[in-house]
Ligand binder design. Structure first.
Ligand SMILES: Cc1cc2nc3c(=O)[nH]c(=O)nc-3n(C[C@H](O)[C@H](O)[C@H](O)COP(=O)(O)OP(=O)(O)OC[C@H]3O[C@@H](n4cnc5c(N)ncnc54)[C@H](O)[C@@H]3O)c2cc1C
Length: 450
């Protein structure tokens, strides 16, 4: 590598994508620096996937205690300590921050704390320091947006939800994406009275319609109030309590209002436009299939490019950039059949095309559906159903979509994602022996088209 520059790669942002790209590049012998202004591990580790899943685990105990009674247990009266949960979560996140730091330094990556700005295509400024690099990787992620409505300053985003001093007894969650739905479940499970407000007729746009309906039904059974077709127009009150006016005329009161109405690419104030980097209308860095921006030596991965805003996708993009630039193997990421989960109660797992997408692409499709009471709830007495669905292209017999709502949906769908990657046919699903008794076996025993 040339010594013309201080580094071969400077990565801006030590989140999921930036860390992976930097580590792999350094393993190939590149001289790498990574600049991070906040916390190692980025959104996922600090205010995203990991603390969220810990909160989801915490929230599920209330139902587990109730379900235990059907199995003969007499549980002592349960109590919940929010501060203890936050403290234990923070402890784990600090441990992970350390793990990320060690992984980077062990790979030979120099970690620089501070805010980086691109001042020229080969130069980055961190405060007064100027560093040059052959390549620059923008991996600055995204940031929650809250609409500009009267009283918006009284609302929090998911960032603050992870550090609340006080647990609310009534919470309003605004937004029907997966983050809003998951936080509705978290606050409900931990004991709050929850209302979810969403501007559309049903939440989780982009997921299969049957799953969306099924989850809405299960959430209503849990007495989570779903307020669809409605926008928040005004918030009054103070941080201790708010009154919220909705566009349909309704008025709600709560101790907390959290917006999960979207995230914007973190691309402003970074000097990107001045360096000649093209951004789209939403501020996302525009890149080609190798994640190269409009400036040939500047690359971008992860949420700042607004492709599929998921951690494993950012990691795959980061790795591909390192392979392309430092291993002589141009690599791009495939965005077909990216599995994902919603850690709701019950959870959702999905991979491939929804029924509507498949009909658009293939015309006629075969659909197999199953709805059943999970074995556990035959004895727990909980009124909960699981739902599964396969979408098949009849011309090739290929399974093009697998969708599930029910226990362990994320874990089950991860395995099926491999089958879809291998172009598995319905006949191969049918030829697979099930594991009994499990919910997953239903995916290989669905024989009747709906
Ligand atoms: C509440 C929530 C839950 C989520 N749950 C899931 C989930 O269950 N599964 C899943 O796959 N994904 C989930 N995600 C999405 C996931 O967190 C992101 O897709 C992923 O973190 C994107 O990685 P990234 O590398 O693009 O950016 P990030 O992880 O956001 O990292 C960007 C880093 O860049 C730093 N930075 C920004 N600007 C500068 C600068 N100028 N100088 C220096 N540093 C800078 C930031 O401080 C940050 O650390 C969740 C997100 C949220 C908010």
């Amino acid at each position: 590598m040339t010594r013309e520059y201080d580094f071969d790669l400077i990565t801006i942002g030590a989140g999921s994508g930036g860390v992976r790209a930097s580590r792999v590049a350094a393993q190939y012998g590149a001289r790498v620096a990574i600049v991070e202004e906040r916390y190692l591990g980025g959104t996922c580790v600090n205010v995203g996937c990991i603390p969220k899943k810990l909160f989801v685990y915490a929230s599920e105990f209330s139902e587990a205690f109730e379900d235990a009674a059907g199995f003969g247990w007499t549980a002592p009266k349960s109590g919940f300590d929010w501060r203890k949960l936050i403290a234990n979560k923070n402890h784990e996140i600090e441990r992970l921050n350390g793990v990320y730091g060690k992984l980077l330094t062990d790979s030979g990556v120099r970690i620089i704390n501070g805010r980086a700005v691109v001042i020229e295509p080969h130069t980055v400024a961190i405060g007064n320091e100027r560093l040059t690099s052959r390549y620059i990787l923008v991996a600055t992620g995204g940031w929650p947006t809250i609409p500009e409505i009267p009283g918006a300053e009284l609302a929090i985003s998911s960032n603050e939800a992870f550090f609340l001093e006080r647990f609310p007894s009534r919470a309003i969650i605004v937004g029907g994406g997966y983050i809003g739905v998951e936080f509705a479940g978290i606050f409900h499970g931990l004991g709050a009275k929850v209302t979810l407000v969403h501007r559309g007729p049903l939440f989780l746009r982009g997921f299969d319609d049957d799953l969306r309906q099924a989850l809405a039904g299960e959430m209503r059974k849990r007495e989570i109030e779903l307020h669809f077709n409605s926008l928040v127009e005004k918030i009054e009150g103070n941080r201790a309590g708010v009154r919220v006016r909705l566009s349909d005329g309704a008025s709600l009161e709560a101790d907390l209002i959290m917006f999960a109405t979207g995230r914007a690419p973190n691309s402003h104030g970074l000097g990107l436009e001045q360096a000649g980097i093209a951004l789209d209308a939403k501020g996302a860095v525009m890149v080609d299939r190798y994640s190269c921006s409009s400036v040939p030596n500047i690359y971008a991965v992860g949420d700042v490019t607004n492709r599929r805003n998921l951690t494993p996708v950012a990691i795959a993009e980061g790795r591909a950039v390192a392979e392309t630039l430092f291993n002589g193997k141009p690599m791009s990421v495939e965005y077909e059949d990216v599995p994902s989960a919603v850690f709701s109660q019950p959870p959702i797992g999905t991979v491939g095309l929804t029924e509507a997408e498949a009909r658009e692409r293939y015309g006629e499709v075969d659909v197999y559906k199953s709805s059943f009471r999970p074995l556990k709830h035959t004895v727990s007495g909980r009124d909960e159903r699981a739902f599964m669905k396969l979408v098949v292209d009849p011309k090739t017999d290929r399974v093009v979509g697998c969708h599930m709502m029910g226990p362990d949906a994320g874990e089950i769908i991860q395995g099926l994602a491999i089958a879809l990657k291998c172009n598995a046919t319905k006949a191969q699903f049918d030829a697979t022996i099930g594991i009994h008794p499990s919910a997953a076996e239903e995916f290989v025993t669905m024989r009747t088209k709906s």
